[in-house]
Ligand binder design. Structure first.
Ligand code: ATP
Ligand code: MG
Length: 394
C-alpha cells in the first residue's frame, strides 16, 4: 500500500543561506540516501519534502532519513485525496497500525488546513475524524490536553495523516558548507568529531596513519569500516591511508624518547595539511578533547597546532569521554571503535610522554630530521581508498 514520509527542516537553519539552494541540496541528499529502497518519489510542497513509498520500504527509508543532516522531523504517514470519507478511513487505519505496537489509551485529532479552499473547517474535520475513531476503536478515549497519541491531519494539495513524529539530527545538508579533512584514527573520538562537523553541512574526507607491518591489516579494515559508517551520514569520501612508520623510526632514532608522541602528532598534522592543500580542502578535524591524554593538554595542542595554517576543528574539545561515548553509540560507530586492533601511536610508545612540551625544545629536536622529505615521501606512498556509501546500505 502507498505510504508517505513527510520531512520537516528547520526554518532557523535557513537564516543567512539561500533557501532554494539549501532545499535543493537537502533534496539531493534525501534522494541519495534512499536510493535502491524500492520505487520512491521525492517532491517538495510548501516548505516540506515528501517521499512516496510503500509499506514494505517505509521503515528502512525512515532509518536512512534519520542520517540526513538538515532534517528536523520525520513523520511517516498516509497521503489521501481531500475527501472527508477517505480521510476518515485512513485516519482509522493509521491509528489501528499504531496501537498494534504501542500502548495507547487516549488520542487527539489535530487538523491544519493550509488549503483554505477545503470546504470543512479544521475544527469540524477534527470532530468528524475523532468521532469516527471512537466509534471504530472502542477502547480509545479522547484527551485534548495530554493524549497518548496525536493524530495529525494536514490539508494541503493532498491530505496527509500522521500518528508518529521522529526526531532527526538537524544541522545543515552535507555539501552546503565547504570541505574538511578528518584525522581518523581507530578510536572512539575521531569518528564522532567527523560526524559533528559533517552535521554543520561540511563534506568530509579522511586521513588515517598506520604503522604497517607493526599494525595489522585488520586495523586498516577497522578504519575502512568506520569511514563507511560515517559515509552513511556524509556521503562518499576519500580515505587517505598513510604509513607513518618510516617517520616514527626516524623520530625514535634521533629525538628524545618522551617527545615521540608529540613529534609524530606534528607530522600527522603536517601531512594532513599537505593533503588538504593539494585537494583544496580548507580545514582539518581532530577528535581531541582537552586534558584527555598527555598529548591533549593546552601546551601540547599549541605545539601540534603550530605546524599548520588551516583552522583545526576540535568539536569534542570540551566534552567528557562519557558524552563522546554516548554519541558514538547513538551514531553507530562505537562497536567498531572498541575492536582491539592496535593504533600506530602504540608503536614506540614513550613510557612518560611530555605533558608540557615547549615549542623551542620540540623544534630543536626536529632539527635533526629531514622534515620536508619525510612528509613528501609519506604522501608519495600513501594509498587512496574510495569509500562508497552505497556499499554500506544494509
Ligand atoms: P581517538 O579516539 O579519535 O583515537 P584518542 O582519544 O585516542 O582519540 P589521541 O590518540 O591523542 O586521542 O588522538 C587525538 C586525535 O589525533 C584523534 O582524535 C585523531 O583525530 C588524531 N589521530 C590520532 N591517531 C591517529 C591516526 N592513527 N590516524 C589519524 N588520526 C589520528
Ligand atoms: Mg586514538
Amino acid at each position: 500500500m502507498q505510504r508517505i514520509v513527510s520531512i520537516s527542516f528547520g526554518e532557523i537553519a535557513l537564516k543567512g543561506l539561500n533557501r532554494s539552494y539549501f532545499e535543493k541540496k537537502l533534496l539531493n541528499q534525501i534522494k541519495r540516501s534512499i536510493k535502491g529502497l524500492g520505487e520512491s518519489k521525492v517532491y517538495r510542497d510548501q516548505g516540506k519534502i515528501y517521499v512516496i513509498t510503500d509499506d514494505e520500504n517505509i521503515e528502512r527509508i525512515v532509518e536512512k532519513l534519520k542520517k540526513v543532516f538538515g532534517i528536523v522531523y520525520i513523520s511517516p504517514g498516509y497521503r489521501v485525496e481531500k475527501d472527508i470519507e477517505k480521510m476518515i478511513e485512513k485516519a482509522i487505519e493509521s491509528v489501528k497500525q499504531t496501537i498494534a505496537h504501542k500502548e495507547v489509551r487516549t488520542f487527539k485529532v489535530q487538523v491544519k488546513r493550509a488549503d483554505k479552499k477545503f470546504p470543512i473547517k479544521s475544527m469540524d474535520v477534527a470532530r468528524k475524524i475523532g468521532a469516527a475513531i471512537l466509534r471504530e476503536i472502542k477502547v480509545l478515549k479522547v484527551d485534548v490536553n495530554n493524549p497518548d497519541l496525536l493524530v495529525k491531519v494536514d490539508i494541503r494539495d493532498y491530505c496527509y495523516i500522521y500518528t508518529d513524529k521522529i526526531k532527526g539530527y538537524g544541522g545543515l545538508p552535507v555539501g552546503t558548507n565547504g570541505r574538511a579533512l578528518l584525522l581518523l584514527s581507530g578510536g572512539i573520538d575521531s569518528p564522532v568529531a567527523g560526524f559533528m562537523i559533517a552535521k554543520r553541512g561540511v563534506s568530509i574526507d579522511a586521513v588515517h596513519f598506520h604503522s604497517y607491518p607493526f599494525t595489522s591489516e585488520r586495523a586498516e579494515e577497522k578504519v575502512k569500516k568506520l569511514a563507511g559508517l560515517l559515509s552513511e551520514y556524509c556521503g562518499n569520501m576519500k580515505l587517505y591511508s598513510v604509513n607513518i612508520l618510516p617517520i616514527q623510526r626516524e623520530i625514535n632514532e634521533k629525538c628524545p624518547e618522551d617527545e615521540m608522541t608529540i613529534i609524530s602528532r606534528r607530522f600527522m598534522m603536517r601531512i594532513a595539511e599537505r593533503i588538504a592543500e593539494k585537494e583544496g580542502i580548507d580545514a582539518l578535524i581532530t577528535g581531541e578533547s582537552l586534558g584527555q591524554v598527555a598529548s591533549q593538554t593546552i601546551k601540547s595542542l599549541n605545539v601540534t597546532n603550530s605546524v599548520v595554517k588551516r583552522p583545526v576543528f576540535r568539536p569534542l574539545i570540551g566534552m567528557d569521554k562519557v558524552e563522546i561515548t554516548e554519541i558514538a553509540m547513538d551514531i553507530g560507530t562505537y562497536e567498531t571503535s572498541i575492536l582491539p586492533y592496535e593504533d600506530c601511536c602504540t608503536v614506540f610508545l614513550p613510557k612518560h610522554p611530555v605533558t608540557r612540551p615547549k615549542l623551542e625544545d620540540i623544534e630543536k629536536s626536529e632539527a635533526s630530521l629531514d622534515v620536508e622529505n619525510l612528509v613528501e615521501d609519506a604522501i608519495r606512498k600513501m594509498k587512496i581508498i574510495e569509500i562508497n556509501f552505497q556499499e554500506n546500505a544494509e
